[in-house]
Write a protein that binds this ligand. Structure first.
Ligand code: NAI
Ligand code: MG
Length: 497
């Protein structure tokens, strides 16, 4: 494949990797799809193809699941002591860290996000997640249970849940891979990872570095492909657990299928998260944080603060301050060092987001700023967009847009705003800006959301549980709760006399 059309900013290493014709990673080998199918991955900053990537079908899924099963039950991985797993995971983290510049460029190329953000958020975050979970390996404890039976030793063992099918989205490609892989490896599981079709490159590179780190063949298999590949993985009877991040629509389908098959499942889905500015807030901090809360990653974040509630008395002032910031934001290609907002990931997302902006206009919301498709070439750009409306029932105030579109809504009382904030099928995140510690924690208990941010937005730590109430998901990722989702509990009874 010709590399001449790839952006000039790419390093030689990133260019060489991006330009390869990518194959699947099964049982430690790079292989073409069994039926030879491929797809193109696109640079969203230019709408040009980057390279071709293998499209895994059901036969490839079967081979990868079998490889993962062998690695789980009959390989050096199966008998490796916990400290050995920790060493390998830490080695993988080191290799990713050494390769940080390449990974940041690959994410900026494949996803479109600003390269500086890719480095600080995605690459550094990935390294932290692997290191955090390496630390858990030697801290997976069973318990001795004080049972009522005399002369009985009753204890629990924690065992890996088994072969894990992990299906991830395109908004934080490598970071989502690390959120899934790190706890699975710490628990001693093996994995078939399915990156999103929009952004396959970084997961393939992580898979290769895992082999270089000494993680045995078959422990991490990477199947690039489309929704059908993910569906075949969910359907495969040899998969014990599915971990999914993506749309609520696909999440519901996966939940139904795994329910019927009684597979373990964790789902991290969509949101329409309310962000509330109380009248006593530090307004400068609230404006800066709320701006980042929605426009970070061009609005393509599951926990984006997409509904902003501002007290009626401060509404105009806050809206004006947000609009002023938006007009100063530079929209551009991810590999440009000065870009604030990259493009949306794909033509499909571009169309979807523009159709929401059109719906907002048609429904009578007031467009304060943005709304345009951006003027930065042929990429999938959208300007940071701000609507105001008094109506919670508008489509743009109810549905997840997953783009740089904020809807600001005025309110009058705390009880009113809490009720309106909760009036949604979602429950991923919520935020409160205030100096009043009592109101902060009253709202924290009233808001039905998996994460509540007080005077901040979107904080993440490998040790802090993350996940959704209601239609935002099932289960929690990160820390001890996240690890538990990759473990089975076995209770052992021993009659001593
Ligand atoms: P999607 O849910 O279709 O895709 C996410 C992942 O699931 C991808 O790897 C995809 O190949 C896979 N997939 C698709 N259909 C599948 C199926 N039937 N069975 C198994 N795996 C399947 O999301 P899409 O279409 O890329 O984006 C649509 C909307 O979803 C976005 O506009 C946004 O609202 C939401 N979304 C939410 C994300 C989050 O972080 N919670 C991430 C990505 C999208
Ligand atoms: Mg889809």
């Amino acid at each position: 494949m010709s590399t001449t059309t790839l952006p000039e900013q790419l390093s030689d290493t990133a260019r060489e990797f991006a330009a390869r014709e990518h194959e699947l990673l099964i049982d430690g080998e790079r292989v073409a799809a069994a039926d030879g199918r491929t797809f193109e991955t696109i640079d969203p900053s230019s709408a040009r193809p980057i390279t071709s990537v293998a499209l895994a079908g059901p036969r490839d899924v079967d081979r990868a699941v079998q490889a993962a099963r062998r690695a789980l039950e009959d390989s050096e991985w199966a008998t490796l002591p916990a400290a050995g797993r920790a060493r390998l995971i830490n080695r993988l983290a080191d290799l990713i860290e050494e390769d940080a510049g390449t990974f940041a460029q690959l994410e900026a190329l494949d996803n479109g996000k600003p390269v500086k953000i890719a480095k600080v958020v995605d690459v550094d975050g990935t390294v932290r997640f692997f290191r955090h979970f390496a630390g858990w390996c030697e801290r997976v404890f069973g318990r001795v249970i004080p049972v009522r039976q005399p002369d009985m030793l009753c204890y629990t063992r924690k065992e890996p849940v088994g072969v894990c099918g992990q299906i991830i989205p395109w908004n934080f490609p490598m970071l989502m891979a690390s959120w899934k892989l790190a706890p699975a490896l710490a628990a001693g599981c093996t994995v078939v990872l399915k990156p999103a079709e929009q952004t396959p490159l970084s997961a393939l590179r992580i898979g290769e570095l895992a082999l270089e780190a000494g993680i045995p063949a078959g422990v991490i298999n990477v199947l690039t492909g489309a929704g059908e590949t993910g569906a075949a993985l969910v359907d495969h009877p040899g998969v014990d657990k599915i971990a999914f991040t993506g749309s609520t629509e696909v999440g519901r389908e996966i939940g139904a299928k795994t329910g019927r098959a009684l597979k373990r499942v964790t789902l991290e889905l969509g949101g329409k998260s309310p962000n509330i500015i109380l009248p006593d807030a530090d307004l400068d901090a609230a404006v800066a944080g709320s701006f980042q809360g929605i426009y970070f990653n061009t609005g393509q974040a599951c926990n984006a603060g997409s509904r902003l509630f501002v007290h009626r008395d401060q509404f105009d002032k806050v809206v004006a301050a947000l609009a002023a910031r938006a007009s100063k934001s530079r929209v551009g290609p991810g590999l440009e060092p000065n870009t604030h907002l990259g493009p949306l990931v794909s033509q499909e997302q571009h169309k979807r987001v523009l159709s929401y902006i059109e719906a907002g206009r048609a429904e009578g919301a007031e467009l304060v700023t943005g709304g345009g498709a951006g003027a930065a070439g042929d990429g999938y750009f959208v300007e940071p967009t701000l609507f105001t409306t008094g109506r919670d029932d508008l489509k743009i105030a109810r549905e997840e847009i997953f783009g740089p579109v904020l809807v600001a809504l005025p309110y009058e009382t705390l009880e009113e705003v809490a009720a309106r904030a909760n009036e949604t099928e979602y429950g991923l995140a919520a935020g409160v800006w205030t100096r009043d510690i009592g109101n902060a924690h009253r709202l924290a208990s009233m808001l039905k959301a998996g994460s509540v941010y007080i005077n901040c937005w979107g904080e993440v730590d490998a040790g802090a549980p993350f996940g959704g109430y209601k239609a935002s998901g099932l289960g929690r990722e990160h820390g001890g709760e996240g690890l538990e989702a990759y473990l089975e509990t076995k209770t052992v009874w021993t009659k001593l006399a």
